[in-house]
Structure formats: C-alpha cells, structure tokens
Write a protein that binds this ligand. Sequence first.
Ligand code: COA
Length: 156
Amino acid sequence: MRLHIEPLDEKSPVPFELLTLADPSKKQIDAYLSDSTCFVAKLASETVGVIVLAKINTTTLEIKNIAVKASEQRKGFGKCLLRYAEKVGITQGYKKLVIGKGNSSIGQLALYQKEGFEISSIEKDFFLHHYEHPIVENGILCKHKIILEKALKESR
Ligand code: COA
C-alpha cells in the first residue's frame, strides 16, 4: 500500500496520539502547533504518521515533530516524511531544514544523519530545563538538545 502525505484537514482532529510519541509534553506540543503546519501520512484512510513544520525565519524551516505509529515503524515511512519536508521547504523557498532531538534518541539521530542532516549545535541541559519529568531512552538520560540541519537543494 502506498503512503500518501497531505496537510491535516482543518476539520480533522489533531493526531495527539502520534505527536506524543515524539514529544511527551502536551504543553510543548500545544505551544508550537499554533504556529506550525501539520501534515499527516496515510495508508488508505488510516493515519500512520505525522510531521509538523514551522517557519523559523525567511531561510529556515524547522521540523517540530515527526512520528510514525509504532506498528508501522522501520518500514521507511520516517524517511518518506523527512523527504516530504524537504520538498515542502524547497517549494516554499527555504534554504535550510533543521530538527532538534535529545542526546538519548540514538535511532532518530541515526536516521537524520543517514538522510543528510549534520549536527550544527547543542543546547545544553534543554530537556532538564523545559520538561517536568526526566526522560530516559536507551538507558541514557536525555539532557541536551542536539540541533541538526540540512541545506535544501533541488536534487531528488
Ligand atoms: N533504532 C535504531 N535506528 C532507527 C530507529 C530505532 N528505533 N528508528 C529509525 N532508525 C533508523 C534506522 O537507521 C532506519 O533504517 P533501517 O530500518 O534500515 O535500519 C532508519 O532510521 C529509517 O527508518 P524509517 O523506517 O524510515 O523510520 P520510521 O518509519 O521508523 O520512523 C521515527 C522514524 C523516528 C519517526 C519513528 O521511529 C518514531 O515515530 N519514533 C517515535 C517518535 C520520535 O522519536 N520522533 C522523533 C522526534 S521529533
């Protein structure tokens, strides 16, 4: 079955179940959703993925959230969503796509780097300051936000 990605219909509910896979803080999600565009990935009529994009400035687009339903992960849909975000960025004239992820998210950091994103900076202790509860993944305490970026060029 083919994955179809489209902007979230204004009348459709926001897929919080998916968004909270990537970001445990509903407060943080609500804060960025109002200034972002949410796209959903569907297999037939079922929503299996989501990606949220926000304008940072005239040259930079940020991926605020990306998630794929647990039972559909590791099938290439995450890659499809990242490539879709690149296309949106190029079409809208942005020069750079950025994404931030915690130091403990080993799989996600692998995915972004395989897709051509490079680490550009680190916000030390971001998760300790902005999240109420400690986040532990892969046995690692999530403390720092690692920012990765990719230059947007017509290529694919
Ligand atoms: N552990 C190790 N590597 C992982 C991984 C994991 N849990 N998840 C993805 N990868 C890497 C692998 O290199 C993988 O390639 P491979 O399957 O050939 O080994 C590559 O990413 C491609 O994965 P893909 O199938 O395209 O990604 P996906 O559909 O599983 O989606 C996420 C990736 C991150 C969106 C998905 O795992 C997810 O929703 N996770 C929870 C939410 C989250 O953390 N979102 C990111 C924060 S904003």
